[in-house]
Design a protein around this ligand. Structure first.
Ligand code: 5AD
Ligand code: SF4
Length: 453
């Protein structure tokens, strides 16, 4: 195994990207070197996602491509890690030549041993889930990314058991990482020049480490690092802590942006989905968010075409989205997953065309809402953290507002990692355009905002 080159290709959520950085660290500690493409690698890992059928399909196709690459190269080790590991371990091992290693989300420390087994000519599998593993002592190695924004995982697993969701089965029980190790990682990121940190978990408001709750964690992290802006993903509407709203309102470096997944807009559907809140409670929470944090930006997740969905229920989802006017929404057609409650108890009975039609109605309405809310941004001032050059031109920079909107503006003499005060001049439904005003900082920008003109 000396000086082998490895490549990890990552699918799925931010948590998976964070896990890839943990595995980078484990492999590099074992003397292996990361490379930037599959072609250069001796070992390829695919970090997989099971959330919807199409996520899995993409992975299967990719694995077939790697099988051809393996034939060409003669020698190549291919591993599957992440959420698909448990469910397809048999299939994967049976499919001759497709995969040598299967490793689940809680078994990454075992990868060096698994690689030895493969070296000795065996297939290697470890998909054991754990009640304790948080990889707290492993410092993730960020080999890709922009060097400005980072994800830090604060907990693993999920105990919510939403009827549609496979995550509790792929990632196991919920457990929180010690606050001290989270704060240490943030401090290291700050020393490396990172300016934005997103704290990650499947259900962050149930973070609890020895009595320390999520609000306390956000408080400590943001107080210790005033020039780092913090985001988090994802909270659950059922028990969102109100003290956190007050903290966000008063702390300049806690972003005024909350991703708060609704999934659906009717009580009947929410109940079938095993989401323990009503439409009214959800809307009340949104009102509180807007009262306590004026101008807060909101995003959500929505599923169209879940089991037994009626046209009325679909309309209720549409109307909820219209009432809230989300700044951003992630919208999906329901995809049945084995082992979930929905798979065991309900029938996936909304025809594919109906799912697609409802989803496109939802998307169309949302695009109109975003277009309008972005138009209303014209003339406003924002503090943008520059993440890099814009996709279209190296003469322009792009970054995000505190409210998580993407902004593009002329480069002038600004650069990556700068906080720039800008004035919005135009928009599309996805991007704001702006004129840069001055280089700034979180403290300076907020001092200016606090004093009425
Ligand atoms: N089908 C479609 N979308 C799903 N999600 C989770 N499970 C499914 C499924 N089986 C969506 C939810 C969740 C987001 C991460 O993915 O909206 O919040
Ligand atoms: Fe996909 Fe969910 Fe696993 Fe993330 S936790 S990789 S979204 S299945």
């Amino acid at each position: 195994m000396d000086n082998k080159r490895f490549y990890i290709e990552t699918y799925g959520c931010q948590m998976n990207f964070a896990d890839t950085e943990v595995v980078n660290s484990i492999l590099m500690d074992n003397g292996m070197d990361p490379v930037q493409s599959a072609e250069e690698a001796d070992i390829i890992f695919v970090n997989t996602c099971s959330i919807r059928e199409n996520a899995e399909t993409r992975v299967w196709n990719r694995l077939k491509e790697f099988r051809s690459l393996k034939k060409e190269k003669g020698e190549l080790t291919v591993g599957v890690m992440g959420c698909m590991a448990e469910r397809i371990k048999e299939q994967i091992i049976e499919q001759e030549q497709l995969v040598d290693i299967v490793v689940g989300p809680d078994a990454y420390r075992d990868i060096p041993n698994l690689l030895k087994e493969v070296h000795d000519g065996r297939k290697a599998v470890n998909v054991l889930l754990s009640l304790e593993e948080t990889y707290a002592d492993i410092t993730p190695v960020r080999t890709s990314g922009n060097g400005v924004t980072a994800f830090v995982s604060i907990m693993r697993g999920c105990d919510n058991m939403c009827a549609f969701c496979v995550v509790p089965f792929t990632r196991g029980r919920e457990r929180s990482r010690p606050m001290s190790s989270i704060l240490r990682e943030v401090e290291q990121l700050r020393e490396q020049g990172y300016k934005e940190v997103t704290l990650l978990g499947q259900n962050v408001n149930s973070y609890n480490y020895e009595g320390i709750d999520f609000t306390r964690l956000m408080d400590e992290a943001s107080r210790a690092n005033p020039e780092i802006r913090f985001r988090f993903s994802s909270p659950h509407p059922k028990d969102f802590p109100e003290p956190l709203l007050h903290l966000i309102a008063e702390r300049p470096n806690l972003c005024n942006y909350i991703h708060i997944p609704a999934q659906a807009g009717s009580d009947t559907m929410l109940e079938r989905m095993r989401r323990p809140y009503t439409r009214e409670q959800y809307l009340k929470l949104i009102d509180r968010m807007r009262e306590i944090i004026p101008g807060v930006s909101l995003s959500t997740d929505i599923i169209a075409g879940f089991c037994d969905e009626t046209e009325e229920e679909h309309q209720a989802t549409m109307s909820l989205m219209k009432i809230v006017e989300y700044d951003l929404a992630y919208m999906f057609a329901y995809s049945e997953r084995e082992r979930t409650l929905a798979h065991r108890k309900y029938e996936d009975n909304v025809p594919e065309e109906v799912k697609k039609r409802r989803l496109s109605e939802i998307i169309k309405q949302q695009m109109n809402i975003q277009q309008k809310s972005n138009e209303a941004e014209a003339g406003r001032r924002h503090l943008v953290l520059v993440e890099g050059e814009s996709k279209r031109s190296d003469q322009q920079l792009s970054g995000r507002t505190d409210t998580n909107k993407m902004v593009v503006f002329d480069r002038l003499d600004f650069g990556k990692g700068d906080y720039v005060e800008v004035e919005i001049t135009g928009s599309t439904s996805a991007t704001l355009f702006a004129k840069p005003v001055r280089k700034s900082s979180i403290a300076e920008f907020h001092a200016g905002q606090a004093v009425p003109a």
